[in-house]
Write a protein that binds this ligand. Structure first.
Ligand code: NAP
Ligand code: GLV
Length: 312
């Protein structure tokens, strides 16, 4: 079995050694430009077209949860990968816990007004602020897939009302669920915090715009753990400046790295992290990829297959 691997930034030594240990019968090589030799499986992140083109692959594994970039490539150049070749993505593999940590930190920080106390501290100001009401501090998660559900699960212990919004109907214990565009306004109205964990598809691009932000109650909070392409950043800035949004925490942006000229950097109500809310953990990811390849070799379809038409 021949496996090719390529990632623009991860350490090839870690991956090649880890994959060889897990799949001792396979030949695994670091794909380099010019390598057109046969391969059965490709393990990829932002693959150059030549890595996929003209190969009789039996499966492609993305080293991430979101597959928007590779799907965009395939929409532009469908000949790179035949429809019947399965494309897989990482489901959790250690990312869910990272998302839980990030979301919990933000939600509790906003609930307990820590940023406002930090500002008061800088003025040596001893001034208790009004407590927020837990019963009305509703937290809504957009996308109730692998990561969205795990975030909802971790927030349950704090007693906030929880909402989830997805494409298709869902039943989640202890969560008020909404689905589809027709229920988006009902979902947003009343959310004190909205957490984005949607995939980037043509349907979700620019979803978070002026109308969306003004459907939220005044003074709500927004956390983007998903993709920057969902947000119209000028509308977000206007909502923050007007007080419609009290604060935003952003891990992802329309343009990454976020340009130094972006007004988001210095906005007092914005917290920024460099697209590392949940990073790919090589050991966990390799455990999944190796076992999925073995399943395919035995004629079984592993979980994690991307629906290319649906876009996630
Ligand atoms: P997932 O399991 O595929 O879940 C996606 C969820 O989004 C599903 O509940 C789906 O609804 C919902 N959805 C899709 N399109 C929708 C639409 N048009 N309207 C409403 N709901 C829609 O994905 P995941 O593993 O949880 O990952 C979610 C995203 O997180 C990834 O795609 C990636 O972009 C992002 N991510 C970011 C980082 C980071 O570090 N910032 C790390 C990992 C992942 P249905 O259930 O009805 O299908
Ligand atoms: C990171 O953003 C991922 O999709 O895994």
């Amino acid at each position: 079995m021949e496996i090719i691997w390529y990632h623009p930034s991860q350490d090839p030594q870690v991956w090649l050694a880890g994959l060889r240990q897990r799949l001792p019968a396979a030949h695994i090589r670091h794909w380099q430009p010019g390598d057109a030799a046969a391969a059965d499986y490709a393990i990829v992140r932002s693959p150059p077209p030549a890595m996929l083109a003209g190969r009789a692959l039996r499966g492609v594994f993305a080293m991430g949860a979101g597959v928007d970039e590779i799907l965009r490539q395939l929409r532009d150049q469908p000949q790179l990968l035949a429809d019947e070749v399965p494309l897989f993505r990482l489901e959790d593999t250690g990312m869910a816990r990272q998302m839980q940590e990030y979301a919990t930190w933000c939600v509790l920080g906003w609930f307990r007004r820590f940023a406002e106390y930090r500002q008061q501290q800088q003025q040596a100001q001893w001034q208790p602020l009004p407590d927020r009401d837990r019963q009305t501090f509703t937290v809504g998660v957009m996308g109730t897939g692998v990561l969205g559900r795990s975030v909802l699960e971790s927030l349950r212990q704090w007693g906030f009302p929880l909402r989830g919004w997805s494409r298709t109907p869902k039943a989640i214990a202890g969560v008020e669920t909404f689905h589809g565009r027709e229920q988006l306004e009902a979902f947003l109205s009343g959310c004190q915090v909205v957490i984005d964990l949607l995939p980037d598809t043509p349907d979700t691009r620019n979803l978070i715009n002026h109308h969306f932000l003004h459907t939220l109650p005044r003074g709500a909070h927004f956390l983007n753990l998903a993709r920057g392409a969902h947000v119209v950043e000028t509308d977000l800035l206007a909502a923050l400046d007007s007080g419609q949004l009290a604060a935003a925490a952003l891990d992802v942006f329309q343009v990454e790295p976020l340009p130094a000229t972006s007004p988001l950097w210095l906005h007092p109500q914005v917290t920024i992290t460099p697209h590392n809310a949940a990073v790919t953990l090589p050991q966990e990811a390799m455990d999944y990829i190796a076992s999925a390849i073995l399943s395919l070799e035995q004629g079984q379809m592993p979980s994690g297959r991307v629906d290319r038409q649906r876009g996630y």
